[in-house]
Design a protein around this ligand. Structure first.
Ligand code: SAM
Length: 189
């Protein structure tokens, strides 16, 4: 009953790295239709499924409409790269801080591989600004990208502010696709 099969990629990543623990504060970038948020809500206990565990927070952002979900706050029709969105997001985060930033953002694919790659990398580079606004020291980022010549540039930018950056290719991601994820941990400003 996930809204989208992409949920299995996040489940796989989180089973291995345990980023989404009960009580954590999560920002889900490119959240529509909401499958990653469903995973995050369950794991951080933001819907109070287990009253004995700490209560987490999930805030999802997308250019598109995100249908409502118990335990999540959504900023539909918002651009993650727009500083005005960052200001609204801050108000929704307890203490104005997040522990984890997730990004499964993807531009509308033109089909021209190099162009789509470049567009997504530019979008991902803006996540560094978002991190600077809201990410707690020690926090983590999971960020989808399409592999290509500019991936190194994104990796370097992440490595300049995170203690550890690695590339992931979940089994749930089609082998033949250029889709990859960076997992960046130990944020430091
Ligand atoms: N993780 C989602 C899920 O599990 O339901 C699927 C995300 S889908 C692959 C990519 C989303 O990124 C699209 O809904 C698209 O509108 C969104 N997106 C792309 N660029 C964006 C931006 N600059 N700001 C906000 N959302 C963006």
């Amino acid at each position: 009953h996930f809204r989208c099969r992409s949920a299995f990629k996040l489940l796989e990543i989180d089973d291995k790295f345990r980023l989404l623990q009960p009580g954590r504060i999560v920002v889900d970038c490119g959240a529509a239709p909401g499958a990653w948020s469903q995973v995050a809500v369950r794991r951080v206990n933001s819907d109070r499924t287990d009253p004995a565990l700490p209560l987490g927070t999930v805030v999802g952002i997308d250019l598109l409409n995100i249908p409502p979900l118990d335990g999540a706050h959504f900023l539909s029709s918002h651009d993650v790269t727009d500083p005005a969105t960052h200001a609204k997001l801050l108000e929704l985060l307890p203490g104005g801080r997040a522990d984890v930033i997730l990004s499964d953002m993807a531009p509308n694919a033109s089909g021209v591989r190099e162009m789509d790659h470049e567009k997504l990398i530019v979008t991902c580079l803006s996540l560094a600004d978002l991190a600077e606004r809201v990410l707690q020291p020690g926090g983590s980022l999971v960020c989808k990208y399409w592999d290509g010549i500019l991936a190194r540039k994104l990796q370097e930018k992440l490595s300049s502010v995170f203690g550890h950056v690695q590339t992931l290719k979940p089994n749930a991601s089609r082998k033949e696709s250029a889709e990859r994820y960076f997992l960046a941990r130990m944020y430091r400003k």
